[in-house]
Each structure stands twice: as structure tokens, then as C-alpha cells.
Design a protein around this ligand. Structure first.
Ligand code: RP5
Length: 166
């Protein structure tokens, strides 16, 4: 995509099934993004190069997903000045997912990572769009109508539940 505003990175191609949900959301909101693999452990030099340069390339928000000993989001946040959203992935090397969650969530003071729920790359995409919408009126309108749609869907379900014994 030309001039991406969001970078979706993941520790391995095996994270793609989970991480592509972030891309789907960004596509829905017409937010240009890039998606690639950056491994904290297997490509550490690529991680440093990526983190030092993402803001210089025009990226505004980074979504980083990883599983197991998930150091990618935290290491990117340690280097990059951009907001980093972390997605804990329940991967083949995860015990039960808690390892990924805690590796991403329990950052030391001074280096925040906005951590979403396990495998919830969809929320990472939404959060990235919401961050960008602070300076983009059109995008904010799209987010407002997305929320209205969510509400309408639930109201329809409430009606169905309340009438289930009629
Ligand atoms: C992590 O190890 C990756 O983010 C992935 O979730 C996990 C397993 O990687 P593979 O062995 O499938 O490449 O670093």
C-alpha cells in the first residue's frame, strides 16, 4: 500500500492468521497499512532498523503481535517514539497464552505498550484507527458510525431475547 500510516508487524508468519484481523479493520476504515514479519529473536537487527525508521517513513502507529516469549512489541516500544499496540498471540510455543499476555502487558514504567486481549488483533486495528482519528475528522465520523452500528446490532438482539417467550 502507498504511504502506509499503520505498520502491522508480527514475530513469525505463523502469527498471520491472527494478525490479519487488524488489517481487515484498517481496510474497512480506508486506513493505509503495511504488514510484515519482524522477529525480535531471529532478526534483531531488522527490529532495530524498523523501530528507528518507522516514524521517518510516515508510519504513525505500530501494531505488533507475537506469541510465547513475546518480546517484539516491548522492544519496538523501547526504540520507537510511535505508539505501539501489542497483540498477544496464542502460538505453538505458548503454554496457554498467559506467557504472551504477560510478556507484552507487564512493561516497565516509561515504555508503554497498549496491550489488547489474547489474539484480539481486531481491537488493535480499531485502536490504531481511533488514535489516527484524533487528527482526522473523516475517520472519526467512520468510527462514530461503526459504534452506532454496534449499538444497533445489540438492540436488535435485546429485542429478540426479550421476545423469546412470547
Ligand atoms: C514468536 O514465536 C512468534 O511471534 C510466534 O508467535 C512464535 C512461534 O514462531 P514460529 O516458531 O511458528 O515461527 O516469536
Amino acid at each position: 500500500m502507498v504511504n502506509p500510516l499503520v505498520s502491522i508487524i508480527m514475530g513469525s508468519d505463523s502469527d498471520l492468521e491472527v494478525m490479519k484481523e487488524a488489517g481487515k479493520v484498517l481496510k474497512e476504515f480506508d486506513v493505509p497499512f503495511e504488514i510484515t514479519v519482524v522477529s525480535a529473536h531471529r532478526t534483531p537487527k531488522r527490529l532495530v532498523e524498523f523501530s528507528e525508521n518507522a516514524h521517518r517513513r510516515g508510519i504513525k502507529v505500530i501494531i505488533a503481535g507475537a506469541g510465547g516469549a513475546a518480546h517484539l512489541p516491548g522492544m519496538v516500544a523501547a526504540i520507537s517514539p510511535l505508539p505501539v499496540i501489542g497483540v498477544p498471540v496464542k502460538s505453538s510455543n505458548s503454554l496457554d497464552g498467559w506467557d504472551s499476555i504477560l510478556s507484552i502487558l507487564q512493561m516497565p514504567g516509561g515504555v508503554p505498550v497498549a496491550t489488547v486481549a489474547l489474539n484480539n488483533a481486531k481491537n488493535a486495528g480499531l485502536l490504531a484507527a481511533q488514535i489516527l482519528s484524533v487528527a482526522d475528522e473523516d475517520l472519526r465520523k467512520k468510527i462514530i458510525s461503526y459504534k452506532e452500528k454496534l449499538t444497533a446490532e445489540v438492540l436488535k438482539k435485546i429485542d429478540k431475547v426479550e421476545k423469546s417467550f412470547d
